[in-house]
Design a protein around this ligand. Structure first.
Ligand code: 5GP
Ligand code: MG
Ligand code: MG
Length: 187
């Protein structure tokens, strides 16, 4: 079966995503242009890899890019509830403005974990740029740090979505759009 045939329905096309990512990058470029030191953009691996790449290319400021790895989901569709940082950032973020780039905010547990970790490492401010946000599911309330801002690509309905970096059992990350799998594939 070809990759596209695994998808029941597309929620955001490649073109819609591209337009929205440009808008987010423009807003970030405006909001951070007065800061004297380069902003540190921290992608949450692996899900944010395509969003991070597209966003970073469109930010018209000198930035530092790094990755953090957080494990919480396993291979299923339900969060384990206690995310753990399994690979930390390499750059020194003490006194820096940080933007955490996430693929999707579901329970908010991952963001809580990453934000407090950045704060404990001495970040001056922590912002979040989430490609998708599932408001129906939010459980843990996260506080941004300092003058931190929250950026969101799209509000996501309460489905388990795949594509544009997001996986089911490590597959489908390479889809250039976001969609829902055919129900038989979630078994
Ligand atoms: P949270 O900690 O907010 O519950 O979940 C965050 C992580 O769970 C996301 O970064 C993402 O990796 C994964 N996740 C949450 N919802 C979805 C979804 O609908 N589809 C996929 N593929 N991953 C999801
Ligand atoms: Mg993620
Ligand atoms: Mg996953």
């Amino acid at each position: 079966m070809a990759l596209d045939d695994h998808i029941e329905r597309i929620l955001w096309t490649e073109n819609e995503i591209s337009i929205r990512v440009s808008e987010l990058a423009s807003q970030i470029s405006i909001d951070f242009k007065e800061f004297p030191s380069p902003v540190v953009v921290v992608g949450v691996a692996t899900g944010a890899f395509l969003f991070l790449a597209d966003l970073a290319k469109k930010i018209k400021l000198p930035i530092v890019v790094d990755l953090i790895r957080v494990e919480s989901y396993g291979s299923g569709t339900e969060s384990s509830g206690s995310p753990k940082i399994s690979s930390d950032v390499k750059v020194d973020i003490r006194g820096k403005h940080v933007i955490v780039v996430e693929d999707i905010v579901d329970t908010g547990n991952t963001l809580c974990c990453v934000i407090s970790h950045m704060q404990s490492k001495g970040a001056l401010s922590v912002s979040v740029c989430a490609f998708l946000d599932k408001p129906a599911r939010q459980k843990s309330h996260f506080e941004l740090v300092g003058e931190g801002k929250f950026y969101r690509g799209f509000e996501c309905p309460d489905y388990f979505v795949v594509g544009y970096g997001m996986d089911f059992a490590e597959l489908y990350r390479n889809l250039p759009y976001v969609g829902i799998l055919k129900p038989e594939l979630y078994q």
